[in-house]
Structure formats: structure tokens, C-alpha cells
Design a protein. Structure first.
Length: 171
């Protein structure tokens, strides 16, 4: 007498709950360079490592709403604009929204001496410098050494003194 009781395994495993935790989404970075004027901002932008988008014009109000929308969509927004007559108002607005902002020294962005200077070319050149700075390039790609903006901000707000920073003062 043979006992032919063999346990068979199903061809397809039965459905079981899966409790795998999803890895957090990679931080998506949006780099934005602004050529700032009273009535309009010329904005060059680069999503992650993609090719920079052609510069666009925004009103100040619309630009801040756009930045807020990008942050709400999960983008890590890094911006920069040249220091000028508007002070740190835009800087405070951007950081209040959650963006990282750098106020940079004004300069001539026409490195190739083409003699063409427009808001669009300046915004593109600033974006290229911001991209290199965020990637970790040295001072050659940025208008000042790292930490300068923070030190300048601390000086302007009275959080430190020139002597504590080791700066030489005239007079």
C-alpha cells in the first residue's frame, strides 16, 4: 500500500500584506537666479540637473506666489540676486517662504566681453554661477567666498562686529 499524499505548493503565492517602507523621495532642487527691478523680475531657473529654462519675467507678487507653489510641490528652492537698492526685503520674503537665498555682489556678468548686457543674459550668467556654487565649486564661480553673505548679514543686523570677524576698518 502506497501513501500518495504529497503536499503541493501553489504556483502563485497567496496575497500577503507588504509593509515595506518607501524610501523618502530624493530632494528635488530648483535653482533660481533673479535680475531684480522695481516692477519686474527676470528669472532664470534650472530644475534639478536639467538644462536651464529660458529666462521669464514675473511681477514681484507673482514671483513670490510661484516660489511658494514650487515649495509646496516639494522642490528645494535655492535663489540668488544681486545686492542693490532694494536691500534685504526680497531676501526676507524668500526665506520666510522656505527658500534658501543668497544676496550676491553686483558685477559685470559679460565674462566673454561680447558687449551684450540684458536682464536675460545677466540672469542666465547668475544661474550658471549658482549652479556651480551649489555643486561645490570654489570661489572662482561665485562672487565671494563662502560665508560672506552670512557675515555681512550678521554685521548689518548688529549680531557681530567687524573686529570679531577680523575685518580691517578705515578711520
Amino acid at each position: 500500500m502506497t501513501n500518495n499524499t504529497s503536499a503541493s505548493t501553489p504556483a502563485v503565492a497567496s496575497a500577503q500584506p507588504v509593509n515595506h517602507t518607501q524610501p523618502p523621495p530624493a530632494s528635488r532642487t530648483l535653482k533660481v537666479a533673479l535680475d531684480v527691478h522695481l516692477l519686474q523680475y527676470t528669472v532664470a531657473m534650472q530644475y534639478d540637473g536639467s538644462t536651464p529654462k529660458p529666462p521669464q519675467r514675473f511681477t514681484p507678487k507673482n514671483f513670490l506666489a510661484w516660489v511658494e507653489k514650487q515649495i509646496a510641490q516639494g522642490w528645494r528652492v535655492i535663489t540668488c540676486y544681486e545686492a542693490g537698492p532694494f536691500g534685504y526685503v526680497l531676501h526676507r520674503q524668500l526665506t520666510a517662504l522656505g527658500a534658501t537665498n543668497y544676496v550676491i555682489c553686483s558685477r559685470n556678468w559679460d565674462d566673454q566681453h561680447k558687449g551684450v548686457k540684458t536682464d536675460r543674459t545677466d540672469a542666465r550668467a547668475m544661474l550658471n554661477a549658482l549652479d556651480r556654487f551649489v555643486a561645490g565649486a570654489n570661489n572662482s564661480s561665485w562672487p565671494w567666498p563662502r560665508g560672506f553673505a552670512v557675515d555681512w548679514w550678521r554685521l548689518q543686523t548688529g549680531q557681530t562686529t567687524p573686529q570679531k570677524l577680523g575685518l580691517l576698518m578705515n578711520g
